[in-house]
Design a protein around this ligand. Structure first.
Ligand SMILES: Nc1ncnc2c1ncn2[C@@H]1O[C@H](COP(=O)(O)OP(=O)(O)O)[C@@H](O)[C@H]1O
Ligand SMILES: Nc1ccn([C@@H]2O[C@H](COP(=O)(O)O)[C@@H](O)[C@H]2O)c(=O)n1
Length: 202
């Protein structure tokens, strides 16, 4: 199994890049795990308590479960990937049965901060977009897809998102084997990653 970790700040285009990579590959050969699925289960908290969580700090992520799931997949065992709701700020009761594939892609803002996870990645990729570009994308996406208003996004950006990006996420660029510049759609970089994957699965 080839495990590819794709990190980068919110709105840099990780999900888009993963979709572009996966779209033209055989479904049965490639699987995707999103770090967002592994936000801590916070069912014991009220909604008002949950909205105050710092979702950009590594401690917000259940890295133990994510690590265990990757180990299981490597051993050939399917896992039940949690499903996260950005509207409820919590895990749902659903899970997605995720089968081991020849290539597993793991994407998320904080995945390269965790030493044991980094060890599992055969290829580490960091997607870069400038912070103003990321903020614009984040505003548009959170308003249309994640049930937020402009005040919430800007407040979160100033209070946690920007400082956590500087403290935890941006420094992980140094662990990357490949940095994808993504201020504009980068089809060349996507083709290169797809070629690497094709070599593995052919
Ligand atoms: N290169 C790009 N140029 C312009 N918009 C982009 C680009 N990549 C992604 N987007 C848009 O930005 C938003 C955030 O992208 P997404 O892939 O969800 O980022 P991430 O997963 O890193 O948070 C989405 O609405 C997406 O369509
Ligand atoms: N309840 C939540 C949980 C997370 N976030 C934000 O999501 C961002 C990470 O996801 P990307 O798809 O953008 O990589 C992160 O910056 C968190 O602030 C949230 O808004 N609400």
């Amino acid at each position: 199994m080839l495990i590819i970790g794709i990190a980068g700040g919110t709105g840099c285009g990780k999900t888009t890049v993963v979709n572009q990579i996966v779209n033209e590959l055989p479904e049965e050969e490639v699987g995707v795990i999103s770090q967002d699925s592994y936000y801590n289960d916070t069912s014991h908290l009220s909604y008002d308590e949950r909205i105050n969580i710092n979702f950009d700090h590594p401690r917000a992520i259940d890295f133990e479960l994510l690590h265990n799931h990757l180990i299981q997949l490597k051993k050939g065992t399917p896992i039940h990937q949690p499903v996260y709701s950005f509207v409820k700020h919590n895990r749902t009761n659903d899970t997605i049965l995720t089968h081991p594939r020849k290539v597993m892609i793991v994407e998320g803002i904080l995945i390269l901060t965790h030493p044991e996870l980094r060890e599992l990645f055969d290829i580490k990729i960091y997607v870069h977009a400038d912070s103003d570009e990321r903020l614009i994308r984040r505003i548009k996406r959170d308003l249309t897809e994640r049930g937020r208003d402009i005040e919430e996004v800007l407040q979160r950006y100033q209070s946690t998102l920007k400082p956590m990006h500087q403290q935890f996420i941006e420094p992980t660029k140094e662990y990357a084997d490949i940095i994808i510049p993504n201020n504009k759609y980068n089809t060349v970089a996507v083709d290169i990653v797809r070629t690497i994957i094709n070599e593995k699965i052919s």
